[in-house]
Design a protein around this ligand. Structure first.
Ligand code: ATP
Ligand code: MG
Length: 397
């Protein structure tokens, strides 16, 4: 079948009242971003309160569907054909042709119904008459099919509008909200499995993502940094272009290593990561931080540790993996194609400066006291880290 258009269904955003057009425009923008990676020429447009993707050239069907399925806000994708309204006889021919091409090989006894909608009220037949008349045409064209109006295998939608649209398949989209409708947040992106998943999940709710990565050369390699860029790129398939800030964290880590107790290294380091991330977040209009933390996964993610880490932030910290088991997180990372990159073995800074027996029940008071060991140097180190940050725009384009 040569489809000429896709009807885009959007569940949740359909109900947003007066702001609906903002949501639709964001969705259109994200659809255009996704289609740039596809071969072919497309026109994305709104007509009569719906969004259509018209195909203007040769195109790769599977590639187009795959990329549309990465657009948050889409609940369903309906491949369809359309024709000018040239009278009922032509419509019958059009529907017969569609049925033959799409269901010509359907097994004997496959059931169907026609679901016609007539929003052009001047059309000479009403919906009931269209259902009956076009059903008959289909039975004549593909004798293997049978009518079942209650529980059909196939529903053939025929919409009589300015033009006539026919479709019978609704391919599920990812759901969620279009990116850009929910503000912006700063993702702490490491090279691990969890943080790309966390970014994906928050982007799914319509939030635009910026990211920060703490790099510790020469303890962490260029390849470790490239891995994070690759992960950001994969997340940008869903989240749109990402500003990735790379912070040189080496001197801060060395200072902590030198001046603070071994078993508190990780937690103190995490607190400085959060402080720096929050500073950049506030400078760039982000309204929250995002991490891949999950309760109990490691010593720095016990409730007590999370509380001590959290204490340095005033922005809300979103932790969408917080209640998930590792296997559940792995599942999502495989689905969004970050897993294979995440498990590449390059060291990250936490694995190098980690203590053998990190505290699992840190006391805020004790940690804060030990951080005072850094008083003489930390302001300058933080300032330098922020001033020397490298910002990379990562996108699929
Ligand atoms: P991940 O798989 O996301 O790396 P993890 O299990 O390795 O998680 P930690 O290393 O303790 O957990 O880090 C917890 C969270 O802190 C990460 O999910 C990430 O959001 C953030 N984080 C850790 N290291 C870095 C880093 N080098 N740069 C940026 N963020 C980091
Ligand atoms: Mg990690």
């Amino acid at each position: 079948m040569k489809y000429t258009s896709f009807l885009i269904k959007y569940g949740e955003i359909g109900v947003k009242g007066k702001n609906r057009y903002l949501f639709e425009n964001a969705l259109i923008q994200q659809i255009k971003y996704a289609l740039k990676r596809c071969e072919g020429e497309f026109k994305v447009h709104k007509a009569e309160g719906r969004i259509y993707v018209d195909v203007l050239s040769d195109f790769d069907y599977d590639e187009t569907i795959e990329n549309l399925r990465s657009v948050f806000g889409i609940s369903g994708i309906c491949p369809m054909t359309f024709a000018e309204d040239e009278g009922y006889d032509k419509l019958r021919e059009f529907v017969a042709d569609y049925a033959k091409k799409v269901y010509g090989d359907a097994p004997e006894g496959t059931t169907f119904k026609v679901y016609a909608r007539r929003s052009n009220k001047r059309y000479p037949l009403d919906s009931m008459e269209l259902n009956a008349g076009l059903g008959e045409v289909i039975l004549d064209t593909v004798p293997a099919l049978k009518v079942d109006v209650h529980n059909p295998d196939i529903t053939l939608y025929v919409e009589v509008r300015e033009k006539i649209y026919v479709y019978s398949e609704i391919i599920p989209g990812p759901g969620g909200m279009p990116v850009g409708t929910g503000g912006k947040a700063m993702l702490l992106l490491s090279g691990g499995i969890d943080s790309p998943v966390a970014g994906y999940m928050i982007a799914k709710r319509g939030v635009k993502i910026d990211a920060v990565y703490f790099h510790a050369p020469p303890y962490t390699s260029e390849r470790a940094k490239q891995k994070v860029i690759d992960l950001a790129k994969q997340v940008s398939k869903y989240a749109g272009p990402i500003y990735l800030h790379v912070i040189n964290f080496t001197d801060i880590q060395l200072a902590i290593y030198e001046k603070c107790p071994q078993d508190e290294l990780t937690i103190i380091m995490r607190r400085y990561m959060m402080r720096i991330a929050e500073t950049i977040a506030k400078q760039t209009g982000c309204l929250g931080l995002i991490t891949g933390e999950s309760i109990g996964q490691v010593a720095s993610q016990t409730l007590a540790s999370l509380a001590v880490t959290n204490e340095v932030c005033t922005l809300p910290v979103f932790r969408p993996c917080i209640g998930m088991d590792k296997l559940e997180i792995v599942d999502i990372s495989q689905k969004i194609d970050t897993y294979e990159t995440s498990i590449l073995p390059y060291e990250d800074c936490c694995t190098i400066f980690v203590a053998k027996h990190p505290v699992t029940k840190p006391s805020l008071e004790v940690i804060a006291r030990h951080e005072h060991n850094l008083d003489e140097v930390i302001d300058d180190l933080m300032k330098t880290a922020l001033e020397t940050k490298e910002t990379i725009v990562v996108s699929q384009e």
